[in-house]
Design a protein around this ligand. Structure first.
Ligand SMILES: Cc1ncc(COP(=O)(O)O)c(C=O)c1O
Length: 363
């Protein structure tokens, strides 16, 4: 019998040292933890879409068979995405969530000790996937107003720097990176990944630029606007010179049949989904106003399906815990770049009402 310790020592030493990513928990686990029935849990911690997916998705999924592998080239979905984005399908590749595409991009470019620029506070998967690929994260914090520090980024680029990730709108700050700033970064000989996971709530995009730039990648997802987070389906718009290499290294059947059907059906039901996006945007503005009226939160404007606020009076950690006790789950941040901050995903009007009532009780 092999020695378990010796087997463990076979694991890459850099992987042994990596801290686990902290994902959000599903509703049933949260409900068990706080001993509240699952239907009473108000889940505003994952930037999910509480309106759910298009009803057509459920019908289509019920009608389909699943005994055959999916199309490894995702032809039908890429064609539908061509119509949706206005960009030729030859630039598009779908992934098992945009998380998979983040990992795939890094696997394409990063050798041990290559550098990836990350601009915190931002989405945690960029440094996590960089670590898993053996890369080094070069941290260039955002400015006080959360805008990316273009001058500092330009100074940090050296010959080991290969990729920069910028979420726009950014998670958790909700703000956009302006196109002139992105154009400035595109002048460098590095890959610029603009993560537009929340595009449908902002309408801003640099996707039409991709065919004209050999180093611009735009990532999108069906998790947020289309309510398909559970099925894991995203896509990227990639320069022509990268598509063949990414297709070569991706798992052949990376996007499962159910996910491909759900994404296709969502694209066939845009009026329905647009109405839920509109409801979320108007609820976002209502929530922002109500939070500001409490008088003890600084709220930041948002172009996404969540809002960030910092606690001016009181303790963010305790507020987070007390809301949990009442079955309301939001995100709490206490990092060097983001202290005493709370991020709240936009739910339905009844979720806003419950949250505001609980906050009034707390502070
Ligand atoms: C900026 C950003 N990019 C990507 C993702 C992940 O999206 P997906 O569900 O498609 O993996 C998220 C999810 O929260 C996100 O905030």
């Amino acid at each position: 019998m092999a020695n378990p310790e010796k087997v463990e020592r076979l694991i890459r030493s850099d992987i042994r040292a990596i801290k686990a990513y902290m994902p959000i928990e599903p509703t049933d686990i949260l409900s068990q933890r706080i001993q509240i029935p699952a239907e009473k849990v108000i889940k505003l911690d994952g930037n999910e879409n509480l309106y759910g997916c298009s009803p057509r998705v459920k019908e289509a999924l019920a009608e389909h068979d699943y005994h055959l592998y999916p199309d490894p080239e995702q032809r039908a979905l890429r064609k539908a995405l061509e119509k949706y984005t206005g960009i030729d399908s030859k630039y598009i590749i779908s992934g098992s969530g945009s998380d998979e595409l983040i990992d795939l991009i890094l696997r394409l470019f990063i050798k041990p000790d290559d550098k990836v620029i990350n601009c915190p506070p931002t989405f945690g998967m960029y440094p996590f996937s960089t670590d898993v690929c053996g890369g080094k994260t070069a941290k260039i914090p955002r400015k006080q107003d959360f805008s990316v520090d273009i001058e500092a980024i330009k100074k940090a680029i050296d010959k080991r720097t290969k990729v920069i990730f910028i979420a726009s709108p950014n998670n958790p700050s909700g703000d956009i990176t302006a196109e002139p700033d992105i154009l400035e970064l595109l002048k460098a000989n590095i890959v610029v990944v603009i993560d537009e996971a929340y595009h449908e709530f902002s309408r801003m995009t640099v996707a039409p630029l991709v065919p004209n730039y050999p180093n611009l990648i735009v990532l999108r997802t069906f998790s947020k606007w289309a309510g398909l987070a559970g099925l894991r389906v995203g896509y990227g718009i990639f320069p022509a010179n990268l598509v063949g290499h990414l297709m070569k290294i991706k798992q052949p059947y990376n996007v499962n049949v159910a996910a491909q059907i759900a994404a296709l059906e969502s694209l066939r039901d845009l009026p329905y989904l647009q109405s839920t996006i509109k409801a979320i945007i108007s609820e976002r503005e209502r929530l922002l106003t109500m939070l500001a009226e409490l008088g003890w939160l600084k709220v930041y404007p948002s172009q996404a399906n969540f809002v960030l606020c910092s606690v001016l009076r009181g303790n963010a950690k305790i507020i987070h815990q007390e809301l949990q006790r009442r079955g309301i789950f939001i995100r709490y941040f206490d990092t060097p770049e983001l202290q005493d901050c709370l991020r709240i995903s936009i739910g339905k009007p009844e979720h806003t009402e419950a949250l505001i009532a609980a906050l009034k009780e707390l502070n």
